[in-house]
Each structure stands twice: as structure tokens, then as C-alpha cells.
Design a protein around this ligand. Structure first.
Ligand SMILES: *Cc1c(COP(=O)(O)O)cnc(C)c1O
Length: 479
């Protein structure tokens, strides 16, 4: 078994930050190559070869930084070899200048033991903006610097598409095409995508489901000559830049509690789908942030909660819920966690993923499961519990949770250990999911930027559920 040191001491400037594949089949590459590669060439996912470990002094010194200042310090650890600090500062500053709150991701106290980290103050009112505003600027920078053509192709069930489009609209050197299932995304999500008028944006509404959209994308990416000819790049949450950008708000939230006199570890409760957001919290913990438990909240699609309970990772039956961005059976970032769980043993990760492909399940032994439970607690939240939680918090605190956030808060409440302080991540503004909230007779006023979407002209092309029809559109658009 091959083990490698997973940490270096911060902020030792001798670190030469490289990225490797969880399956061990890619020679170490730099940050720019890693983001352009997307999925690793051996089918694995890219991870930093070593994680910086922050000293107590660094943690203390960074406590008073603004969000963009903190983001600059943290991101520089991972990408300074490729992006000079002054360039990185410009990218970070312009990425977070689009947020409506001066704190970017403010923390709201509901009780002494429960705080909400609001991640929805970006352009599309969902947490994906935190990473995708940055990734959009990063792609534009890479395109400028290397002269490479960036054509982004992605599928969305709603939030990612809106956020990705918002991240690159109007940017030179970049075009983006997003597939969404026709008539199957929320009203606000659809308007956010289709009312964008920039010529570098193409919306394709596929007559099918989200799974159909994903299958088409996967097959087009697998067509290597096509992918090369049209310079296709991915934007989904397997992109390591997204994970790194998301570690920042864990630090930022911790520092806000520390400012209020809180000492000691903090739990984070995270509404989870593809394991991207919560994995960023796990990285923050491994970098030295005093995180207690990472509370993994799922909806009725509970593969990850079952894994933490039993050590078996096996998809169940798909359930439609009020939190559609978490309606996921196979969590694409889970492989990254396996890499760390097995101390960087890429051979074992490759074997486990091979078994998952052939047998449809993975089982980890008891000693490994104990390690999982040192870091994670997991709870699944039913549809009824989700709506109940929205109603209860609205009545008790006058605070309106979106259905995804409600799953996180419900999971935090299921864990009512004395003396623990939990920060629950709020991943979307309630206005994005009004259809569910109205079921409990709660009416809300849309924020002005959402309200104005209703009067705008829309640009969208409806296509059949077939690769050829999509290909034809892409050839015309990217060609
Ligand atoms: C994408 C999304 C999630 C799930 O995040 P993962 O990183 O996939 O775990 C949760 N809530 C909302 C609103 C989302 O858009």
C-alpha cells in the first residue's frame, strides 16, 4: 500500500502545489492544468497532492480579514504558483463584488446553539454563486493568459446552470451552453437562465429529464474528437476550483463566531447532494479549522446517510423531493473523500471505484467506518419534516428557510447534544423555491432582482432528447 504525506506545514513557501488523481493515474500537474482537465484522465478526480496545515497563529491573524481578503489568503495557498498574487486578488475581488451583502456570506444567529450561514447573496440567490463567480473569472483569466478557447458545456437541474451562466455571461473568450430539462426546473430557475441576453450564452431545453440531459453531456464529453474539436470544458462540481472556493466560508463563519466570544470547535450542518459543499468543510477541517462534527443532511435520497450508518455506499430508489438540488443518488465528490479516508492510497480508491462500477456498491470495514463517524454525523430528512421545519422556524423565529436549508436545520435539530454550537449552511434564498413554501401557506415577497425577471424576454431553444439534435446546436454555436 502506497502512502504519501497528506500535509505540509503552512505557510512554508517551499510547497510546490501540484494536483494528482484520486486513482493515481495522472502525473502531478499544476493548478491551471487541473481546472482545464476537469475529470482526471484516468477517470478519477483531482485533489491537491498535499494540503497546507494552518498554524494557530495564521488562524488568529486571519480572523479580522474581510471575505475577499480571507479568500485571497486561502486560495493563494492552492494556486499561487500559477496565478500571481496581484492577479488572484483581482479575480477574487471582482468575484465577490457581485454579492449583495457586505459580508458576502453573513452569519445569522437564531439561537445560542444555532447559527445560519447565508450563502445566497450572489447573483442567482443560491450558494453555487460563491464558487462559480470565481470559476467564471478564473476561466476568463486562463483564456487570456494561455490563449485557449473555453467552451463550457453543462447540464443542470436548475441552480448550477443559472449560476454558471451568470459567472461567464459577456466574458471574452468564453462561450457557455447549458442543457436543462424542458419544463422541469423551478419557474425562477428557468427565468434566471433564459432571460440572459448575452451572445455567448446558449440555453437548450431538452424534452426529457435531468438524467437525459446528463447522459447527453456525458456521451458528448466521451466523444474525444468532438470534445477536442470544440474545446469543451466542464463546469460541474467535480472541478477542484469549486471545492477550494467553498472552503473559504467555513473559515469565515468560524471567525464570526470566534468574534462573538465562542471558543472551541463548531459543528457545520450541510444540506448535501453531490458531496461538494460538505467536502469543502472536510478540507477546511483537515487544514486545521476547529470543526467538531460535519453534519451531513440529506433529503429522502439518503445514500450518504445510509453510508454513515452502515458503511455501505449503494444507490437506492430515486425520490422526487422539495429540495431538488439534493435529489442525487450517486454523489460525484464522494470519491475525493475516499481518497482521504484511505490516507491517499490511490490503489485502494481505484479498486473501490472499480467495484462500485461492476457491483453497484462499496462497503468499508468497521475500523474505517469508525473514522468516518469521527468526522461526520448524518441524518436524512423526509418531505414532511422539511416542510414542518420551514413552518416551525417561520413561526418561532420569523426566519424563512428554503427547503434545502430546512433539511440542514432539521438535521442539526436531530442532533441536540448539550453544549454544541452548530452553523447550518443556507444554500438558497427561499424565493427560489416558492412552490414548496406555499404548501404551508406562507407567502413571501420576491426580492426585486427576481421580481424583474418576470417581465424580461427569454432566449431558449427547445430540442428533442437526442444527442444528434444537441450536437447540431453545439456545432452552430461553438463552430
Ligand atoms: C447544489 C445544491 C445543494 C447541494 O450541494 P452539493 O455540493 O451538491 O452537496 C444544496 N442546496 C442547493 C440549493 C443547491 O443548489
Amino acid at each position: 500500500m502506497r502512502r504519501r504525506p497528506l500535509h505540509t506545514q503552512c505557510c512554508d513557501k517551499e510547497i510546490d502545489m501540484k494536483y494528482i488523481s484520486t486513482r493515481g493515474g495522472v502525473a502531478p500537474i499544476g493548478f491551471t492544468d487541473a481546472i482545464l482537465m476537469g475529470l482526471a484522465d484516468d477517470g478519477g478526480l483531482l485533489v491537491p497532492e498535499q494540503l497546507p496545515r494552518l498554524s494557530d497563529d495564521a488562524l488568529k491573524a486571519w480572523r479580522s480579514l474581510s471575505y475577499p481578503e480571507l479568500a485571497l489568503e486561502l486560495l493563494a495557498l492552492f494556486m499561487e504558483e500559477d496565478i500571481p498574487r496581484d492577479e488572484l486578488k483581482r479575480l477574487v475581488d471582482s468575484s465577490y463584488a457581485t454579492f449583495r451583502d457586505p459580508h458576502v456570506t453573513p452569519v445569522v444567529k437564531l439561537r445560542d446553539d444555532l447559527h445560519v450561514l447565508e450563502l445566497f447573496h450572489g447573483p442567482t440567490f443560491a450558494f453555487k454563486d460563491v464558487a462559480l463567480q470565481f470559476l467564471g473569472n478564473l476561466y476568463a483569466y486562463v483564456s487570456r493568459k494561455t490563449g485557449s478557447v473555453i467552451h463550457i458545456l453543462g447540464a443542470t437541474s436548475g441552480d448550477t446552470g443559472a449560476s454558471a451562466i451568470e459567472g461567464v455571461r459577456g466574458k471574452e473568450g468564453i462561450k457557455i451552453c447549458i442543457l436543462h430539462p424542458h419544463g422541469k426546473v423551478s419557474r425562477v430557475q428557468e427565468l434566471q437562465m433564459t432571460t440572459v441576453q448575452d451572445d455567448n450564452v446558449l440555453n437548450l431545453a431538452v424534452e426529457g429529464t435531468f438524467d437525459d440531459c446528463q447522459r447527453i453531456i456525458k456521451e458528448l464529453f466521451a466523444d474525444v474528437p468532438f470534445k477536442r474539436q470544440y474545446h469543451l470544458r466542464a463546469i460541474n462540481s467535480i472541478n477542484i476550483a469549486r471545492i477550494l472556493a467553498q472552503t473559504v466560508y467555513y473559515f469565515y463563519a468560524y471567525f464570526r463566531l470566534a468574534e462573538q466570544g465562542h471558543a472551541g470547535p463548531v459543528n457545520f450542518s450541510v444540506p448535501t447532494g453531490n458531496f461538494g459543499d460538505i467536502f469543502a468543510g472536510y478540507i477546511a477541517k483537515r487544514m486545521g479549522l476547529p470543526v467538531g462534527k460535519l453534519v451531513l443532511a440529506t433529503n429522502e435520497n439518503d445514500i450518504l446517510a445510509r453510508f454513515v450508518a452502515s458503511g455501505v455506499y449503494q444507490p437506492g430508489e430515486f425520490r422526487g423531493t422539495y429540495s431538488p438540488s439534493m435529489d442525487i443518488q450517486v454523489a460525484s465528490n464522494f470519491e475525493r473523500y475516499l481518497y482521504y479516508l484511505y490516507d491517499g492510497d490511490t490503489g485502494t480508491v481505484a479498486a473501490l471505484m472499480e467495484r462500485f462500477k461492476s457491483e453497484g456498491r462499496i462497503e468499508v470495514p468497521q475500523d474505517m467506518l469508525r473514522r468516518v463517524r469521527e468526522d461526520f454525523a448524518a441524518y436524512s430528512v423526509s418531505n414532511e419534516e422539511c416542510l414542518d421545519t420551514i413552518a416551525r422556524y417561520y413561526e418561532s423565529y420569523g426566519y424563512l428557510l428554503d427547503p434545502h436549508t430546512a433539511c440542514g436545520v432539521a438535521a442539526a435539530d436531530k442532533r441536540s447534544d448539550e453544549g454544541e454550537v452548530t452553523v447550518s449552511l443556507s444554500t438558497a434564498h427561499p424565493a427560489k423555491f416558492d412552490e414548496a413554501i406555499r404548501l404551508r401557506n406562507i407567502s413571501q415577497v420576491y426580492p426585486e432582482p427576481i421580481q424583474t425577471l418576470f417581465g424580461k424576454p427569454r432566449r431558449v431553444t427547445v430540442v428533442g432528447n437526442a444527442n444528434d439534435q444537441v450536437k447540431e446546436q453545439l456545432e452552430a454555436f461553438f463552430g
